[in-house]
Write a protein that binds this ligand. Structure first.
Ligand code: HEC
Length: 123
């Protein structure tokens, strides 16, 4: 199971910052009406803020296939938000990977950075 293998070590709520992620029951991204924030975070991660300690999460664009991410999103929704999978998850995932949706990632210093590990453009 992908969540257990790739996410739980940081996200089960017991690991301290900078690598400790939140318990997804509390996540606004997992509870949001659309999947875009979770897709962005899973694909691109959260880069370190410059010059200070900050939360860091690796991106999984290179290691998880579209099917794996779609399954993961459905699992997160059901397990942590008690909701059905987002109906547009796989379509949005594909559009995010191929750069149709503009993506920027914002570490805790608030300065946006374009992800450099996929086709998405920083504009
Ligand atoms: C090396 C540790 C680490 C791993 C592995 C990791 N994360 Fe994270 N993640 C973090 C940290 C740190 C944050 C930022 C603090 C926070 O918001 O929880 C974060 C934030 C997030 C957020 C934003 C939460 C919100 O609502 O603000 C999502 C969604 C997320 N991670 C999903 C995942 C998923 C899905 C996986 C597995 C594919 C994963 N993460 C693997 C450390 C990690």
């Amino acid at each position: 199971m992908i969540y257990q293998a790739a996410c739980a070590t940081c996200h089960d709520g017991s690991r301290p910052q900078p690598f400790g992620g939140m318990d997804f029951h509390l996540s606004s991204a997992v509870n949001a009406p659309g999947p875009q924030n979770v897709i962005n975070t899973v694909l691109f991660g959260l880069p370190a803020a410059s010059g200070r300690q900050s939360a860091i999460m690796p991106g999984f664009a290179a290691t998880l296939s579209d099917d794996q991410v779609t399954d993961l999103l459905a699992y997160l929704r059901e397990a942590f938000a008690g909701q059905p999978a987002w109906p547009d998850a796989s379509e949005r995932l594909a559009a995010t990977r191929n750069g149709k949706y503009q993506v920027s990632v914002r570490p805790s210093d608030g300065i946006e950075r374009g992800p450099d590990n996929v086709g998405a453009q920083d504009r």
